[in-house]
Design a protein. Structure first.
Length: 217
């Protein structure tokens, strides 16, 4: 058998939307994948030259950038945060829509003229770049979730986090003050693998065709 391809997918919320798109491109996990009790992280597919790995969203980008996986699916938030040179994101899959925003406690003092801010976020690089463009130095406190409680506890005056329905902000007494970027999930590939393995290029074409069909529909 030829060397196996590894396709990395995030274990959380993008997965349900990603599976039907993957199936149209011929990437179908074998039995056991949907079993919640299954602790395995590697899964066979119906292609005998491909396996799936199910990892955290940020780690999908890391595995693909280092060539440990040749392909993956991940939110554009993660791609922007890492900015890995070895990652190529050729196809917008039109799933996992949300946006990245700055938020602060409802009724907070207007500190628009401040030149230095403290911000709690999972995205320190995007956050620093966003505030730099406004001439503001952002001191980022890195959290991995539940950013929304940081202002109330005095950890930071603002947060930068993903927003979809806005429910999490609202239920934690926060309001969005600016929108940084719109997010959707992308197919990502390792650039070297794309150049050397025709199977990777064929999969990019398959996902591209699906995305074009979808936007024409
Ligand atoms: N509220 C949301 N609505 C839509 N898409 C979202 C939302 N929150 C996150 N996303 C997308 O889903 C991705 C997170 O995917 P997923 O939930 O699989 O991550 P994870 O691996 O479980 O993350 P964690 O590191 O928190 O464990 C984000 O990077 C973003 O692109
Ligand atoms: O606008 P909403 O629809 O309320 O969605 C926004 C929430 O979704 C994401 O969290 P997730 O549920 O992925 O959990 P996490 O905090 O563990 O990342 C994000 O970090 C927000 O907390």
């Amino acid at each position: 058998m030829t060397n196996s391809l590894t396709f990395a997918i995030p274990k959380g919320r993008i997965l349900d939307e990603a599976l039907p798109v993957m199936a149209r491109a011929g990437v179908v996990p074998e039995d056991g994948f949907h079993d919640k009790a299954n602790r395995s992280l590697t899964f066979a597919t119906t292609r005998d030259d491909m396996r799936l790995i199910r990892v955290r969203a940020f780690d999908v980008a890391t595995f693909v950038a280092h060539g440990a996986a040749q392909l993956g699916i991940v939110g554009s938030d993660v791609i922007e945060e890492f900015d890995y040179a070895e990652l190529y994101a050729p196809v917008d899959l039109d799933i996992g829509h949300c946006h990245l925003a700055v938020a602060e406690p409802k009724g907070a003092q207007d500190t628009g003229s401040a030149s230095h801010l403290r911000v709690a976020t999972k995205y320190p690089n995007i956050t620093r770049r966003h505030f730099e463009r406004m001439g503001i130095q952002a001191e980022c406190v890195k959290l991995n979730g539940a950013m929304e409680i940081a202002p109330e506890l005095g950890l930071a005056g603002r947060i930068v986090d993903l927003v979809s329905t806005g429910t999490t902000l609202r239920e934690n007494g926060l309001v969005e003050t600016s929108r940084i970027m719109d997010i959707s999930a992308r197919l990502i590939v390792n650039r070297a693998a794309l150049k050397t393995d025709p199977r990777v290029a064929a999969l990019v074409e398959a996902f591209r065709a699906i995305s074009e069909e979808q936007s024409a529909a």
